[in-house]
Structure formats: C-alpha cells, structure tokens
Design a protein around this ligand. Structure first.
Ligand SMILES: Nc1nc2c(c(=O)[nH]1)N[C@H]1C(S)=C(S)[C@@H](COP(=O)(O)O)O[C@H]1N2
Ligand SMILES: [Mo]
Length: 413
C-alpha cells in the first residue's frame, strides 16, 4: 500500500466516522454531533484575542470558518493516521480511538450534556476503526486499490448558504414558503434560498404570553450560546413568523436548526433565524444587545431589496443574437413590483416576472436581449411593492446589508 493510498484510507475512515456520527446525532441532539461539539470546544479553549481576530476576519462567517477549519485539520490528521496504520495497524487504531475520545469529551462538556451525547462519537469511532482495518489489513486492502469511499469527509455545514431551488428551475417554490437570507449576502451573492417550513406561529405564543408595553424585543437563545433579537411587533404583525420543526416536508436538518428554529420572513438571519432554540425571552432593545450587535451589525435588520443576474454568467462567451438574461429578485415580505435590466448603461428595460406564491419568496425574472458582438455590461435593479427602487450606490454588507446593482460583464462573439 503506497503512502498516498494509506493517507486516503485514513481520510476515508474519518469520513465514515463522521458520516455515521452525524445521523446518530440527529437522535441525540445537534450539540453531540462531533464537528459541532469539537468546534464548540475549540471556541471554549481558544484565547479571547484569537477569537476576536477570527470574528474580525470572517465576520458572520466565523462559524463556517471554524467548521471548515476543524474539518480540514481533521482530514490532515486522519491522513497521517492512515500512513501510520499502514506500518502498524495498532497505532492507526489508537489514533482513531483518540479521535473518538476527543469527540466524546467535547460532546460531554457542552452545556446541558448527558451520557447519550457520547453516542455519535462512539458509533462513528467504531465504524471508522473498522473501515481503517478493512483498508489496511482487511478485504478492501487487497490489491490496495482505493474504492470509491463510502462517505467522503464532510466539510461541515455549508454555513449560511441555504440551499433552494435554482433560479432556472421551471417551477416556482410551492405554497407556504419563505426565504432564508443572510445579511452577509454580497450584491449578486448566493446566501439566500427558499424552503417550505412547518411550525408553530410565534404570534400565537406571544398572544398567550401577553407582552408588556415596552417589550419591543424577543431574544432567541440557542445551544451554541448564540443570541438574536427580533422586533416583537414584526413577530405579531401577521406574517408567517414560525418556530419551525420541519423544512421541505422533513424534520429540520441538524445544520438548519434541528429540533426547532425560528423563521421570520423579511428579516435577515442574524436578527431572526435562531437555530437549535432553547429559549425565547421578551425584553427590550434598550436592555439587551444580541450576539452580532456589539460586533458592528445593526440591531434591526429588515431584508433589503436585491436582484441578481444568474444567466449569462460573468465573462461567459456568448454568440450574437437573442440571449436570455435571467435571475431572481427579492424584497422579502414587501414583494417585487418591477425588475429592470440595462446594457452598457443604456435605457432600463422591464423584465418579465414569473408568478410567485407569496411576497415572502424571491421572484424569477427574465429578459430577451438582442446581443451584438463586443464586450458588454449587464445590470439589474428591482423595485419593491412600495415603489422603492434599489439604490445604485455600492455599500458593503455591514452593518445592515449590501446595496448596489448587480453588474455582469459579458463578451459576445
Ligand atoms: N444558533 C444559531 N443560529 C443561527 C446562527 C448561529 O450562528 N447560531 N447564525 C444565523 C445566521 S447569521 C444565518 S444567515 C442563518 C443561516 O442558517 P440557515 O441557512 O439555516 O437559515 O442562521 C442564523 N441562526
Ligand atoms: Mo447571516
């Protein structure tokens, strides 16, 4: 077995371990998932200045960076374990055991952990060890041909990028959907998606609780120590603000907040989308700053009107003649009235809008362009139902969402 093959066997074993541990964690709770638990442990032991540095560099992506960093480090160590195992299987198995022990220790030291939280790492470690043995000494090792791995190492949840139907998809999302949307979405970015949610209206809970006069903020708390603050009035104004337990017809995936999360149409995720919810508290904006507020983000984050060109792609070579320019636009909970496209700074042309199911989803738009040879610039802007058009001025994502028109340079041959 070559060193490369041994490294691959080690990485595959780790992939199997994590691939198995994650579904087990669906039963025992998200904080027991090895990547999340170890990530949490890292956050706990890393010195404060380093943490501040990570937040300064990665902003709202700090959690993604943490998980990806953990996964990359894990893969590297796993490859090393594979190489060692090829020489002395026992050393390799000890390495896997150490990994599992780390996962168990991390899971058991999370706040409110119980003995069951050890399960994902134990089951994952066991099957990881079996995989390593199979490659190095067992049936898969013969001829040492690396097969397609049963599970590739998981780089962790893809972070704030919610998956959704692609803009070119023929059918609009089904009824009852609302959008996910991250404040870190750059102009033209993809940190937004649609999903169908199932849950309990937060409005009903609040009506029962009967908030006091000054309780203008509902603070959501989570197993990961994260907090968000949502305007009480928004939660009670009749929109579909939910404590959600289901997404797209299934229980919430762990990375999207299993077992229960908040979903509020029209607000950015960081002020509304508390995942793995443990507690909701009625308080006021004057009395409490949620997680991202002291870190430079606006306490209130209504979603800005945005539009995006998805086709043609940047610098894609095109042929002269009719070209379909298309994409999506959203003004969540206000609704899109109009989308316009222009070429090379010329007059704005109105695009055709596809039917939508509600003001809470994005709208697909398209426009037919008679493309002439040469280099061109395509731009898009949207107007919401109140008649407000996206401003041209480019502003960064902090503190309350990017502005500017999505601009795509293309070449027509
Ligand atoms: N508990 C918890 N909830 C959270 C976060 C977090 O770090 N911890 N990040 C928020 C942010 S900034 C966004 S954009 C959304 C993204 O998750 P989603 O894709 O599942 O909506 O989750 C929100 N909820
Ligand atoms: Mo976000």
């Amino acid at each position: 077995m070559s060193r490369g093959q041994a490294a691959l066997a080690g990485a595959t074993a780790a992939g199997v371990a994590i691939g198995v541990a994650e579904p087990v964690a669906v039963l025992t709770g998200p904080r027991s998932a090895p990547l999340i638990a170890v990530g949490g442990l890292v956050v706990d032991v890393v010195p404060e200045p380093l943490k501040q540095f990570a937040i300064a560099v990665f902003g709202t992506h700090d959690k993604v960076a943490l998980l990806v960093g953990t996964a990359v480090l894990l893969a590297a160590i796993a490859a090393l374990i594979g190489v060692l195992a090829a020489r002395r299987l026992r050393i390799g198995l000890a390495g896997i055991a150490a990994f599992a022990a780390l996962g168990v220790a991390a899971a058991l030291t999370r706040a409110g952990a119980d003995a069951f939280d050890a399960l994902p790492s134990l089951v994952g470690g066991g099957l990881g060890a079996l995989t390593l043995w199979a490659f190095v000494a067992g049936p898969l090792g013969e001829g040492a041909r690396p097969r397609t791995s049963p599970a590739t190492p998981e780089p962790g949840p893809s972070g704030p990028t919610p998956s959704g139907p692609t803009p070119s998809g023929p059918t609009p999302p089904p009824a009852g959907v609302s959008s996910l949307a991250c404040v870190s979405n750059e102009v033209g970015g993809d940190l937004i998606g649609n999903a169908r949610w199932l849950g309990v209206p937060i409005k009903e809970l609040l009506d029962e609780a009967q908030p006091e006069e000054g309780a203008d903020q509902v603070v959501g708390r989570s197993v990961d120590g994260w907090t968000c603050g949502t305007p009480t009035a928004v939660l009670r104004d009749g929109r579909d603000a939910l404590l959600a337990v289901g997404m797209n017809g299934e229980p919430l995936p762990v990375e999207h907040g299993f077992p229960v999360r908040m979903v509020v149409p029209g607000l950015y995720g960081y002020v509304s989308a508390c995942k793995w919810v443990t507690e909701l508290e009625l308080t006021s904006f004057a009395d409490f700053d949620a997680y991202w507020v002291p870190r430079g983000w606006s306490a209130q984050g209504p979603i800005r009107t945005q539009s995006r060109i998805d086709t043609p792609r940047r610098r894609n070579p095109l042929t002269a003649g009719p070209v379909t320019v298309a994409g999506v636009a959203w003004a969540q909970h206000r609704g899109i009235r109009r989308v316009e496209v222009r070429v090379d700074g010329g007059p704005w042309r109105e695009a055709t809008l596809a039917p939508t199911v509600s003001v809470d989803t994005w709208v697909q738009w398209s426009w037919r362009w008679d493309a002439t040879p040469g280099d061109h610039t395509l731009q898009v802007r949207a107007t919401d139902s109140a008649g407000q058009t996206q401003p041209e001025q480019r502003r960064p994502v902090a503190p309350d969402g990017a502005t500017g028109w999505h601009t795509v340079p293309v070449t027509v041959g």
